[in-house]
Write a protein that binds this ligand. Sequence first.
Ligand code: BG6
Ligand code: MG
Length: 220
Amino acid sequence: MLKGLIFDLDGVLTNSAVYHLTAWNNLAKELGINLTDDQLDSLRGISRMDSLNLILKYGDQEDKYSEAEKEKFAAEKNTKFVEQVEKMTPADILPGIPELLSDAKKQNLKMVIASASKNAPKILTKLGIMDEFDGIVDPATLHHGKPDPEIYEKAQELAGLNADEVISFEDAQAGVQSIKSAGQFAVGIGDKEVLKEADYIVPTTKELKLSEIESVFNKK
Ligand code: BG6
Ligand code: MG
């Protein structure tokens, strides 16, 4: 029986995934690295330092910089990202999400955030929906990033639920893999080829209808 929903944040509740990708793409260009669209997309859901390391790998620059230099690049990228976050308002909640959250409230479902972003509390506050959630996984406590199941397992624990009692929402391939490795029901939002391991896929948040997702969940 469905008892809780677990949400990724960037690219699921709001469009901040685009701010992350734009900031990374600009930093990559400054480092002389031209990322393909697929390489850029593969950064979705990946932690800050893992993203930087992946970019350097794509550019064959894995061993070029010291840890201190890499920290500086990551901090620069974060400054650019936070500049965009500061401008966010409740109008930046993606279409379909307010209805989904209110349908979940009506059913007394637990709701937890499973985002790799250290900026998640700030973003949720800007969107005005911080109080809607029963918990936020602190990414600083994680040993492994997505696609490892750890973050979704922690989120489920925070909700006090079992894997077969939750539905989890993601826009990232690494995130869907994380959900499935945790043994949970995955809803993918985005390209159905990229997110094909999900149990239920919609192109955008507009198509999210809790009753429809729940009827597929109940048949599993
Ligand atoms: C994830 C994003 O939610 O958070 C990634 O999808 C991002 O793109 C990661 O790199 C870490 O975010 P932050 O805000 O801690 O740099
Ligand atoms: Mg995401």
